[in-house]
Design a protein. Sequence first.
Length: 266
Amino acid sequence: MTELTTALLAAYDEHMRGLGTIGEGETPDSDGPLLRKYGGFRGFVTSPRPDLGLRGRELDDLIARQRDFFAARGEAVEWKTRGHDLPADLPERLTAAGFVGEDDETVLIGLAAELATPTPAPEGITLRRVTALDDMRRIAAVQTEVWGEDWSWLAGNLASRAGDTENFLVLVAETDAPRPEVVSAAWLTSTPGTGFAGLWGGSTLAAWRGRGIYRSLVAHRARWALDHGIRHLQVDASPDSTPILRRLGMHAVTTTTPYVWTPPAA
């Protein structure tokens, strides 16, 4: 790991391990070395530092408490792990407790100034900021089509945060009139006081991939970030997005894997 990526990882560990924005209906909470929130689409658990400080039976007890807490609520929960975290056997212990690992993603960090290069949307596509619930429903429909699973919950999640216009930005990429169609969408969540923001979304309908829409969404959000005093942008990137983002100048600093526990079917 280079000096630059070491410094970026240290900044990530300091600023980007929290709960993120709290959506409508969500409640932040903590348990020992963990932060968690509940009441949304599904719960979320994270460690604010790379080393949980627990081993063996104590760690198993902590994991079981989270599972049992969300089981009592009848709520699924995601435990966010990072590849450089300790103890190294945390994923195995989560699996033993009934959590299921989802796909690995690469954590990339870049400078907003380097990502904000002029990158116009391709011909026939307009990028537009949205805040209305109807637009969030259109975004959720795109996500549902891209991923082949129900993302209807996303509309309410995005709409509940859209009023914070200084820290939250949602963009759609849509075809031009007379009948605009949303073909991709992306959003940015800043962490006030840190100089960091996270880039999320970017999934594009199959017929519109390979035209530069994703790159345009990145550049547009980077310019917005610069205007709002944000220095660093972070992405949890899929294998498809990682090469694009690295070509744009972002640096891989670690990996992240969500471990999800789901209540048994009634």
